[in-house]
Design a protein around this ligand. Structure first.
Ligand code: ZN
Length: 394
């Protein structure tokens, strides 16, 4: 197969050979000029150009010379690796993934929309996505249901869930179990054991959704292995990460020490309030990763978009570079599918988010109609996936 660069090169050769005016043969396919490049994987926070060729990062340097087929003027903007959102529900409809790409999200994981009965539909959406889409299989064969997919423990069928993983190995990267009382009732621990019975032999992680569960975290967390993920980490009581006095419970700190990962998971209902998040972060308990729990309705809820979630943590006092890390390299490290992403290192796939950090008064929402006003908000400006720029959001 001949690619576009080879084509350009050969047309240039023809032009030279026939003494015609020289055809345009660019050094780079795209150069993003003059943005503030923040890449925690490289320890970089400086004004740089980012050059892209053949879908990869070709150079990150000051004033890159050499002509480009296309340029983006990023002066006054922030340039990061493409954002990776590890808890979304973008696999429900084919409209979701293009919307996420406009928000700067170049990689996503659908977290349990589908179980054994319907994961093939989610996987098909992921395969057709304009960026990297992956999925967690819900341990309940129905996937997420409004009545609570684990109320009948027979829905958590290990053989069916294993089959669902094995026939979608290109897309499925883990297992999801929602453990809240209104999802699992008294079945939370047994559902998690069954999730591990699928995940452990396959060497893939389990993501659990915590908060308002029947069992306390001191019973739940020991069932997690290194690399497993706790989402909705700041879910209020009962059975959140804080004790009755608002102190981080020892089991949570111990779980983090042995490699269990903690993910924000904004969502809409019951997943965090300002009090729980402020108490936990004041004790130094920050997320490893952000995530939105996004769906196609999210632009009109407290989620809005991934940069909005990043902005909530800026308001809470997280340094910008750390917020970028939670949205890029940290997320890339959770799943091997994102191994070479979340970075602008030379040679990496050219997935880039261009954001704008605006100053002003911005209102942010928790899941209980609580508002806080921050003075900075990141906005998505443009996205590049595998070297190709995406039309901006209308
Ligand atoms: Zn979710």
């Amino acid at each position: 197969m001949i690619n576009r660069r080879q084509l350009l090169a050969s047309s240039a050769a023809v032009a030279a050979a026939t003494s015609m005016p020289r055809a345009f043969a660019a050094t780079y396919d795209l150069v993003i000029k003059g943005g503030r490049v923040i890449d925690p994987s490289l320890g970089l926070d400086a004004v740089r150009d980012v050059a892209i060729a053949r879908g990869k990062i070709a150079a990150v340097a000051e004033n890159i010379a050499g002509d480009a087929a296309d340029t983006i003027d990023a002066h006054g903007k922030i340039v990061t690796a493409g954002l990776i959102d590890i808890h979304v529900h973008a696999g429900r409809s084919k409209d979701g993934p293009p919307m996420l790409l406009q928000d700067g999200v170049t990689g996503w994981v659908d977290a349990g929309s589908g179980g054994a009965d319907n994961i093939d539909h989610v996987a098909a959406i992921a395969r057709g996505a304009p960026q990297i889409g992956r999925a967690l299989v819900n341990i309940a064969r129905t996937g997420v249901t409004s009545g609570g997919e684990l109320m009948d423990i027979n829905a958590a069928n290990v053989d069916l869930a294993r089959g669902a993983v094995l026939r979608n190995r290109d897309i499925v990267v883990g297992i999801k179990a929602r453990l809240s009382n209104n999802v699992a009732g008294t079945n939370d621990l047994e559902a998690l054991r069954r999730a591990q019975a699928v995940a452990e032999p396959l060497g893939i992680p389990v993501m659990i959704h915590i908060g308002q569960s029947y069992s306390p975290l001191r019973a739940i967390l020991p069932l997690l292995k290194r690399g497993d993920i706790v989402t909705h980490m700041y879910a209020p009581a009962p059975n959140g990460i804080l004790d009755d006095n608002g102190r981080l419970i020892a089991d949570v700190a111990a779980a983090r020490r042995r490699g269990v990962l903690f993910d924000f998971g904004n969502g809409v209902l019951d997943h965090f309030n300002w009090d729980s998040i402020e108490r936990a972060t004041k004790q130094g308990f920050w997320p490893d990763t952000f995530s939105t729990d996004w769906n196609t309705q999210s632009r009109t809820t407290g989620v809005v978009d991934f940069p909005n979630i990043m902005s909530k943590f800026l308001m809470l006092g997280m340094p910008l570079a750390q917020a970028v890390a939670c949205a890029t390299v940290n997320a890339a490290r959770v799943f091997p599918a994102f191994d070479d992403r979340g970075t602008l290192n030379v040679g990496a796939p050219a997935d880039v988010a261009i954001l704008e950090l605006r100053e002003g008064a911005f209102e942010f929402l928790d899941n209980y109609k609580g508002t806080r006003t921050g003075h900075q908000r990141l906005f998505p400006i443009a996205s590049v996936f595998a070297g190709k720029r995406t039309p901006p959001r209308a």
